[in-house]
Design a protein around this ligand. Structure first.
Ligand SMILES: Nc1ncnc2c1ncn2[C@@H]1O[C@H](COP(=O)(O)OP(=O)(O)OP(=O)(O)O)[C@@H](O)[C@H]1O
Length: 324
């Protein structure tokens, strides 16, 4: 189902947390909302769930206005950071719970539970107590419980943040597979850009109460629409220097650390510090008085002068990408 956000505004005290969020999320899309802590991601998700009301604006699900509907009338699945499973129940009873609440028949419940457990690879542990299974398994049970009702759309708020780094990578892959199998509309909140860029069909960057950019992951990285996004996305921020020092007309020129050839070209910078990653290293340098970071496969040390050339760049004016 499509989920359409129309000019959503939410104010807490004097803080305008959401200031006109508008976007149409397509049916079957994996849509990730990315932003630093405190930008209002969870607030937006709570509004989509119906737990919170917006001060202004609307939410349409398949064209129907659900803004004033409570969560139980929205047929929405929610998975949050802390799974809040019922500790005294088995995995089976946890997953069955929402169906029992709906008054579904026992046999039907059984069938749905088995099916969803198969999808999530937890059939073997259905009769275990949830306190006796691992964190990763608990997270799958929480997802199973959320999806068993066959909801119209799915809201996930950092559901993998309690897992360790390796488990998180595995769980991401599984989540993506499940989403594809269900053909579900997944709306997923995270502050982790790696997670966003690897899961999303489209990423929406929430900043200052608005979606500052909504794009495919690759476009977000290659064509950040504002300087803020360019600096927020990436292991290191995009480098910015005035166009004139490169002989360009542009007000500002932006280039990523890997958009350079190191060891050739006319430009030089001096190395201030070095950060090694795998078999490459980030050289944090000063270039004509500006701090830049460039990625090098060769070894350089602090104080070295490094030759480089820029292989691609973007032009910016007043903090905005200049479309070429
Ligand atoms: N019920 C509330 N009453 C008052 N202020 C609130 C309430 N809920 C959230 N806020 C404030 O709104 C802002 C956005 O909070 P929110 O939890 O939505 O951000 P977030 O982007 O999800 O952050 P995080 O990634 O840390 O969870 C914060 O400044 C927060 O303190």
């Amino acid at each position: 189902m499509t989920v359409e956000l129309v000019e959503l505004v939410k104010v807490y005290g004097t803080k305008r947390v959401l200031d006109g969020v508008t976007e149409k999320i397509e049916s079957g899309e994996f849509f990730v909302i990315l932003g630093p802590s405190g930008e209002g991601k969870s607030t937006l998700l709570r509004i989509m769930a119906g737990i919170e009301k917006p001060d202004k604006g609307k939410i349409l699900v398949d064209g129907v206005d659900v803004t004033n509907k409570p969560p139980e009338k929205r047929n929405v699945a929610m998975v949050f950071q802390n799974y809040a499973l019922y500790p005294n129940m088995t995995v089976r009873d946890n997953i069955a719970f929402p169906l029992k609440m709906k008054g579904m028949k026992k046999e039907e419940i059984q069938e749905s539970v088995e099916k969803v457990a198969g999808l999530l690879g937890i059939s073997e542990i259905l009769d275990k107590k949830v306190t006796k299974i691992s964190g990763g398994q608990q997270q799958r049970v929480a997802i199973a419980r959320a999806i068993v009702r066959n909801p119209s759309y799915y809201l996930l708020d950092e559901p993998l943040s309690n897992l360790d780094a390796r488990m998180r990578t595995v769980a991401r892959g599984e989540l993506k597979r499940i989403q594809k199998e269900l053909k579900g509309t997944f709306i997923y909140v995270t502050h982790d850009q790696k997670e966003a860029l690897s899961l999303a069909d489209r990423v929406a960057v929430l900043h200052a109460g608005k979606f500052e950019q909504v794009s495919k992951p690759k476009d977000l990285y290659d064509y950040p629409r504002t300087k803020w996004v360019a600096e927020f996305i990436g292991d290191f921020p995009m480098n910015f220097v005035p166009g004139e020092i490169l002989g360009e007309k542009a007000e500002e020129v932006g280039f990523r650390p890997e958009w350079v050839n190191v060891g050739k070209g006319e430009l030089t910078c001096s190395v201030e510090s070095v950060e090694a990653v795998g078999d490459s290293r980030y050289l944090i340098c000063v270039f004509k008085g500006y701090g830049i970071t460039i990625l090098s496969e060769e070894y350089y040390d602090v104080g070295d002068e490094v030759k480089f050339e820029i292989t691609q760049y973007r032009q910016f004016k007043d903090g905005q990408l200049v479309e070429e």
